[in-house]
Design a protein around this ligand. Structure first.
Ligand SMILES: [Zn+2]
Length: 290
């Protein structure tokens, strides 16, 4: 699943292709139309594909930014601003191309669901093999309350004080630390890969209760999370399973992960163990992490 660094990579590489472009038309796959007819709302949320296509057409994309794991396409037309919020789900990928044949991997080419025709001549193609991704057209971010409940960005000044305050709330005190740091209300964009790595760096067992970690260690853990996220952004993200950046390329952070997906601890060579915490598999070293 793409996490914050992967989404950052997509946003940065897509930005030059989309900013200052006007959306001339939108084409939606038969599969999405069918899913909506069956009441399932695959990918396009909150309205019908026909309404979405009609409403989004004519907008100019003024900016493309990332917030947590969401992509914000900021839109403007003669009547005012709007926001297209995108989420990659498990296998979403964007391709700016002139022809679909430029998407070299068949599995992505075979699962094209939305095509935005842009004024500069590019087609902005959204492909999604498993269709867990999302697109939602809003007048403003306040119109979708879950977006307002997200923790501050981990790189912002508000991130650390927010996290420390959340650690003191009774609903979080007795939680396993791994579930706590992966909660989007606590830290934005720390998914399984980077939570696993940060806990390993800090030698903290993923199941340790939040209240049993000192404030000093909580601060160090937060810094480790920010560090590992930044390192991954610098390396273009982790290419695990179906993550691709917009050029169909892939990042290299997966070669630098020390614990996620490992069978043996790289420090002490003890076989790693796995636990399910908050519905996600947690790999850890029973010797190094206490
Ligand atoms: Zn170890």
């Amino acid at each position: 699943m793409p996490e914050l660094p992967e989404v950052e990579g997509v946003v940065e590489s897509l930005r030059p292709f989309v900013v200052d472009q006007t959306i001339l038309s939108v084409q939606i796959s038969e599969q999405l139309l069918k899913s909506h007819q069956q009441g399932k709302q695959a990918i396009i949320k909150g309205e019908s594909p026909a309404d979405f296509a009609q409403q989004v057409t004519g907008y100019r994309i003024t900016a493309l930014t990332r917030r947590s794991k969401y992509m914000f396409f900021e839109l403007m037309d003669g009547e005012g601003a709007a926001l297209l919020v995108g989420h990659l789900g498990m296998t979403g990928a964007w391709f700016p191309v002139h022809e679909l044949s430029e998407i070299t991997e068949t599995k992505f080419r075979n699962h094209v669901h939305v095509i935005f025709q842009l004024s500069g001549g590019y087609s902005l193609v959204y492909s999604d093999i498993r269709r867990f991704g999302e697109m939602r057209l809003l007048n403003q971010v306040e119109d979708h309350p879950p977006l307002m409940l997200m923790a501050p960005e981990p790189f912002s000044e508000e991130g650390l004080p927010h996290y420390l305050a959340m650690a003191k709330l009774s609903k979080y005190k007795s939680k396993p630390i791994k579930a706590f740091i992966m909660d989007g209300h606590v830290i934005s964009g720390c998914g399984n890969i980077y939570a696993t790595e940060a806990l390993f760096r800090m030698k903290i067992h993923p199941n340790r209760q939040v209240s049993r970690i000192s404030e000093k260690s909580r601060i160090e853990l937060y810094k480790a999370i920010v560090e590992v996220l930044q390192e991954s952004i610098n390396r273009g993200g982790s290419s695990i399973s179906d993550y691709r950046n917009v050029n169909g390329g892939a990042g290299s952070m997966q070669h630098f992960l020390k614990m996620y997906g490992k069978k043996v601890c790289p420090v002490c060579e003890t076989p790693t163990k796995q636990l399910v915490i908050g519905g996600r598999t947690s790999t850890y070293c029973p010797n190094c992490q206490k």
